[in-house]
Design a protein around this ligand. Structure first.
Ligand code: KDG
Length: 315
């Protein structure tokens, strides 16, 4: 495997109309999950990607696993658990366009994955383990699972990529900070946003944040900056790589996951980091133009077309 992850998967219900969720009668069924989105993105780029997960043994669990398998992600470490319901995520879109998320994900089938039942051999054979702050936020016992997975990776020369992905609907800033600070010593590639960095180190002072980051042994620290692009920390300062202008932003959810898949792809090609960031920025810009958490994740040739490296023929 090139990249593997550990994460929850969920059915996402997109409302057919705007306004308070309690008045919405029709929804479109889709799938989502931060870590799962990254693996879908990696698979579409041609990477051998694998997903460690636990879903409910129900119709929704079957739908998710079949879809992910169909996208080319290895699901040999996905188990459907009897007695659990697959996680659900209902989205609300207000008249202003702002959105809210309502999760139904407890008790979580992920509680059947413990540090002792982690598939060690599966982790050991991967080139990169990509994990995020969503899985440990679902329930306290998941925190140890990610820590143990990172330790297995480190002990076996597997690179660790980490996206804090802080979801304040799932845990408090304090819980997120305390947990993630235990993860950082194991991380090779930190893929974060500025707000997440501020939560992580409890400060808005950029100099202080850069100093804190310098205290770890990261191989790359990447900061995602929305439509402005992204930056890499080099010799104590941020080096920015510009983003791509987008005519119409339709849905920003999943853009960060797409960015992560692009960064991981470039890293596995041994590209200079600036090239990986340009590629990842392009994917972020492509994802925001499509509705859905993962529908906009492009195939490799589509990114090349977007970057003008390949002729795009439409008809
Ligand atoms: O990054 C996008 C994900 O957040 C989304 O697909 C599902 O809310 C979600 C989650 O908790 O993973």
């Amino acid at each position: 495997m090139d990249v593997i992850t550990i994460g929850d998967g969920m059915i996402t219900f997109d409302p057919a109309s705007k306004g308070p969720l309690r008045f919405v009668g029709q929804f479109q069924r889709k799938i989502g999950g931060a870590e799962l989105n990254v693996m879908l993105g990696c698979a579409r780029l041609g990477l051998r990607s694998g997903w460690i997960s636990r879903l409910g043994k129900d119709e929704f669990g079957r739908h998710i696993v079949n879809t992910v398998r169909g996208e080319g992600v290895d699901v040999s470490e996905v188990k459907l658990e009897e007695g659990y319901a697959t996680s659900l995520n209902f989205k609300e879109v207000q008249e202003s366009g702002a959105g809210r998320t309502f999760y139904y994900r407890l008790p979580s089938p992920t509680e059947t994955l413990t540090p002792d039942t982690l598939p060690e051999d599966y982790i050991k054979q991967a080139k990169i383990l990509h994990v995020t702050g969503v899985f440990p936020a679902i329930q306290p016992q998941n925190r140890e699972v990610i820590l143990r997975a990172m330790q297995i990776a480190k002990e076996n020369g597997v690179k660790v990529s980490f996206d804090p992905n802080i979801r304040l609907r799932l845990w408090s800033k304090e819980e997120a900070r305390q947990t993630m600070l235990t993860y950082l010593p194991y991380v090779d590639y930190l893929l974060t946003g500025r707000e997440e960095l501020e939560i992580l180190f409890d400060s808005e002072n950029d100099g202080f944040l850069r100093e804190k980051l310098g205290g770890y042994s990261f191989e790359q620290v990447i900061m995602k900056d929305g439509d402005k692009g992204s930056a890499v920390l080099q010799n104590g300062s941020w080096k920015h790589v510009a983003g791509f202008p987008v005519a119409k932003v339709v849905d920003t959810v999943g853009a960060g996951d797409g960015f992560d898949s692009g960064f991981l792809y470039g890293t596995l090609q041994n590209w200079p980091v600036e090239r990986s960031l340009q590629f990842a920025n392009a994917i972020g810009a492509m994802v925001v133009q499509v509705s859905g958490d993962n529908e906009g994740l492009p195939y490799l040739e589509e990114v090349e077309g977007f970057l003008g490296q390949r002729e795009t023929i439409e008809r």
